[in-house]
Write a protein that binds this ligand. Structure first.
Ligand code: 9UX
Length: 72
């Protein structure tokens, strides 16, 4: 199933932060699209939920050095 999420992220201060997250998330299998908006502090991710879990996407954000917040 293709899913789309908007994940709030804290800890980004410059455009390179956003790029680092995009790079880290896009390395995972099953990611269709990822774009991080620095101004709104959100990552929009389109992914195949039969290939990759939301928790793995969040872990990739943590690995890049940032903090994914709970989706309300
Ligand atoms: Mo910019 Mo972000 O110099 O960790 S890359 S602050």
């Amino acid at each position: 199933t293709i899913r789309e999420v908007s994940i709030p992220i804290s800890g980004m201060t410059c455009a390179s932060c956003a790029r680092a997250i995009e790079k880290s998330v896009s390395k995972l299998n099953g990611i269709k699209e990822v774009s991080v908006n620095l101004a709104s502090e959100k990552a929009r991710v389109v992914y195949d939920s039969s290939v990759v879990r939301l928790s793995e996407i969040k872990n990739a954000i943590i690995k890049a050095g940032y903090t994914p917040l709970e989706i309300e």
